[in-house]
Design a protein around this ligand. Structure first.
Ligand SMILES: Nc1ncnc2c1ncn2[C@@H]1O[C@H](COP(=O)(O)OP(=O)(O)OP(=O)(O)O)[C@@H](O)[C@H]1O
Ligand SMILES: [Mg+2]
Length: 295
């Protein structure tokens, strides 16, 4: 069996050989950097379907770390991994030296960025025009990285700090990759009636070059809003983990202790939205993905 290299909040990562990894997306759900006890059955498969969809779409611009989502490519030793039903939720990828930074692109005002703007009129320290509100479209998409805090919450940092951390050259190419991927994805998503308010990329160095790794533009890593139901200042339906965040916010949980149990309706509603996001964006049915990969 391939050795387990790392167990993340959502993914289990196995070492296939020196250059390849098998990333298995579990059904675990995390919010505010905590993993809930309850799983969302099938969620890992939607995330993998979505990542495959976006990786293919991004090929117009550049390759990503993804090699294959076909279990016939995973190698014999994958068959000994018994913890999960691997097909449909796993990806063979190129192993990267990951940049220790959350490479966030924001096109709209939401989340922690809105909290900072409300307080200081800035976003990751960048001055923004006055009068923006929650849900406002930004004058242009901004690359707003944050540090990965492996123990506590991630911390928003100014792009100038990220530049110091990565060096000017690497920072510019990472920024360029993230902004162009966001722009291409946004253009495509808007045609399907979805606003990508923000997304978090993870970039790794493969063969000396920065490439998009990890999950790509999934409802776990992005905010997806229904265009039809969107108005500035009022965010309507979102096809992401916002219902989990909203529920967690109103549950009285302090976000430092272990999270309260997720109610069944929140689990079901979340899964339905994840599937809706995949189906809207890809114009394919999720059952087709399951049929192709899991039977
Ligand atoms: N191609 C790659 N090569 C090496 N590591 C990768 C690659 N793609 C993604 N990763 C790493 O695999 C892990 C994915 O697991 P998961 O999404 O569960 O992590 P996470 O809980 O978000 O963890 P972390 O906060 O440590 O990133 C991340 O640490 C990510 O940086
Ligand atoms: Mg992750």
């Amino acid at each position: 069996m391939y050795p387990l290299l790392y167990k993340g909040k959502v993914r289990d990562i196995y070492q296939v050989d020196d250059t390849k990894l098998l990333m298995v997306a579990s059904d675990r759900i995390s919010a505010f950097d905590h993993v809930f006890k309850e799983a969302i059955p099938g969620k890992g498969k939607v995330l993998t379907a979505m990542t495959k969809f976006w990786s293919d779409a991004l090929l117009k611009l550049f390759p990503t770390h993804l090699i294959s989502t076909e279990s016939s490519d995973f190698g014999l030793e994958a068959q000994d991994i018994e913890e999960f039903d691997l097909p449909g939720r796993s990806m063979l990828v190129k192993k990267a030296a990951m940049i220790d930074m959350e490479c966030i692109v924001r096109g709209y005002m939401a989340g922690s960025a809105w909290k900072e703007y409300e307080l200081n009129g800035t976003m990751h320290g960048i001055n923004l025009p006055a009068g923006l509100t929650k849900g406002s479209k930004l004058p242009q998409p901004l690359f707003t990285p944050s540090t990965k805090n492996h123990l506590g919450h991630d911390e928003n940092i100014a792009p100038s700090t990220a530049k110091e951390m990565l060096g000017e050259k690497l920072f510019s190419s990472v920024e360029e990759i993230c902004i162009s991927a966001y722009n291409l994805a946004t253009e495509l998503a808007l045609q399907k009636g979805i606003v990508i308010a923000d997304t978090k990329f993870e970039i790794g160095i493969i063969d000396g070059k920065p490439l998009i790794c990890d999950e790509i533009l999934t409802p776990d890593s992005s905010r997806f809003w229904d265009l039809q139901d969107y108005e500035e200042g009022r965010i309507g339906i979102s096809f992401d983990k916002q219902p989990i965040r909203d529920w967690a916010e109103q549950s009285g949980w302090d976000k430092n202790s272990s999270p309260p149990p997720l109610p069944r309706n929140v689990i079901e509603e979340s899964m339905a939205r994840y599937i809706a996001a995949y189906e809207r964006l890809s114009a394919k049915s999720f059952s087709e993905w399951l049929k192709q990969h899991c039977i």
